[in-house]
Design a binder for this molecule. Structure first.
Ligand code: PAF
Length: 333
C-alpha cells in the first residue's frame, strides 16, 4: 500500500489499473466526509474486516449494480476489537490492506481498466477513529437472538458487531447496506437493529460464496492446514445431508427434527471436527424448529406453524479454527 494520508483529503488508491481519482482511501472521519461530499448519487456500503475474498467481492459487485454508474460504493475495512473476546484471534486476524485495495479495484474495473461505477471509497480507520472516547459509554444491546448459537460461545460478540455496524451506518449514510448470508445470525440481528432503531437504509442480504468443493469462503479459512482444509468440508457435507433428508419427504411436509438429525449424524461421522452446534431455526427470529435445546427460544408448538424456510446452521472447530456455515431449507410440503 502506498502513502496513507493523515490529513483530511482522501488518498487516491494505487491501483493495478487506471482508476483515476475514482477510487480513494480514507482513514479519518474527516477524510471520509470529504470523499462522500464529493460523491453525489446513490450510495451503498459493504462493511468488512478486510482479508477480502470472492465472498466479499460478491457483496461489492451487488453494491455496484445497485448504485449504478453514477453511484458510490463505500467499503469499510476495520477489524473491530469490540467483537473479539480476549481469548479470540484479534491480534492474529489476517490483515492485508494493500491486497484488499488491489482486489477491490480489480473487481470493479471494466474492460478499459476504469472503475465501472462513479466512485469507490474505502474507509479503513483505526480503533481510535471509530471509538474516539476509548470504550464507548453508550452501548447497543442486541437482544435475545444474540444469546444463542454463536452468542452462547461468544457472549459479547454481537453487541460489538452492532456497535460498529451502527457507527459505520451513521458515518457512511448509505441507501443500502449489504451483508453476507454466511453470518446468518449477524444478518438477523442487524436486520432487527435497523428495524427497531429506525435506521434509514435498506439491508441487502447476499448469498454465500463457496469454493468449488463446497467450502464456504471465509477469511478464517487462511488458518487451515491442507489436512484441516479437507476436514472442514464436513460442514458443507452436513448441510447437504440436511437437504437430502428434506428431499426424502416427497409430498409431505419435511420433518425439521429429521433434517437436523441427518446433518448432525453427518458431522459426527467426520474426522477432525469438534462440533459446537447443529441447529434448524427460523431465519428471522432464530426460534428452534427441531426441538434441539441449545438454549434457543422454542417455536410453539414445535412443527405446527412452520415457516416456509428454515435455516440449518452448523458451527465446529477444525484444529483451533472455529468455522460456521448454513443453508436455507424449503420446509413447504
Ligand atoms: O461480518 C463482518 O465481517 C463483521 O462482523 C462486520 C459486519 C464487518 C462488523 O465488524
Amino acid at each position: 500500500m502506498g502513502r496513507v494520508s493523515t490529513e483530511s483529503a482522501p488518498t487516491p488508491v494505487p491501483a493495478p489499473c487506471s482508476t483515476g481519482d475514482a477510487a480513494v482511501l480514507t482513514r479519518s472521519r474527516a477524510e471520509l466526509a470529504a470523499a462522500l461530499a464529493a460523491a453525489p448519487g446513490p450510495r451503498a456500503v459493504v462493511m468488512t474486516m478486510g482479508a477480502l475474498h470472492e465472498g466479499h467481492f460478491d457483496l461489492v459487485r451487488e453494491a455496484a449494480r445497485r448504485v449504478g454508474p453514477a453511484g458510490t460504493v463505500v467499503v469499510t475495512i476495520f477489524v473491530n476489537p469490540l467483537q473479539f473476546a480476549p481469548t479470540e484471534d484479534l491480534d492474529s486476524y489476517p490483515r492485508d490492506l494493500e491486497g484488499d485495495l488491489a482486489g477491490l479495484t480489480r473487481t470493479l474495473a471494466g474492460t478499459d481498466g476504469a472503475l465501472g461505477l462513479g466512485r469507490l471509497i474505502v474507509f479503513a480507520p483505526t480503533p481510535e477513529v471509530i471509538y474516539p472516547a476509548g470504550q464507548p459509554a453508550v452501548r447497543i444491546a442486541p437482544g435475545p437472538i444474540a444469546t444463542v448459537l454463536e452468542g452462547r460461545t461468544r457472549p459479547t460478540h454481537f453487541a460489538g458487531v452492532c456497535q460498529v455496524v451502527l457507527t459505520l451506518m451513521h458515518l457512511t449514510a448509505p441507501r443500502w447496506a449489504l451483508f453476507g448470508r454466511k453470518d446468518a445470525q449477524q444478518l438477523a440481528i442487524i436486520e432487527a437493529m435497523v428495524r427497531d432503531l429506525a435506521v434509514p437504509l435498506e439491508i441487502v442480504p447476499v448469498d454465500i460464496r463457496r469454493e468449488s468443493d463446497g467450502l464456504a469462503m471465509s477469511s478464517r479459512n487462511a488458518y487451515l492446514s491442507p489436512e484441516q482444509r479437507r476436514q472442514a468440508l464436513a460442514l458443507s457435507r452436513a448441510l447437504r445431508a440436511g437437504h437430502d433428508a428434506a428431499a426424502q419427504t416427497s409430498g409431505a411436509r419435511p420433518d425439521p427434527a429429521a433434517i437436523r438429525r441427518a446433518a448432525l449424524a453427518s458431522l459426527e461421522a467426520a474426522d477432525g471436527v469438534e462440533i459446537d452446534y447443529v441447529a434448524l431455526v427460523d431465519p428471522a427470529g432464530f426460534e428452534d424448529l427441531a426441538d434441539a435445546g441449545l438454549g434457543l427460544p422454542r417455536s410453539e408448538p414445535v412443527g405446527e406453524e412452520l415457516p416456509a424456510v428454515g435455516l440449518l446452521a452448523v458451527a465446529a472447530r477444525v484444529g483451533t479454527t472455529r468455522l460456521i456455515d448454513n443453508t436455507l431449507i424449503d420446509l413447504r410440503p
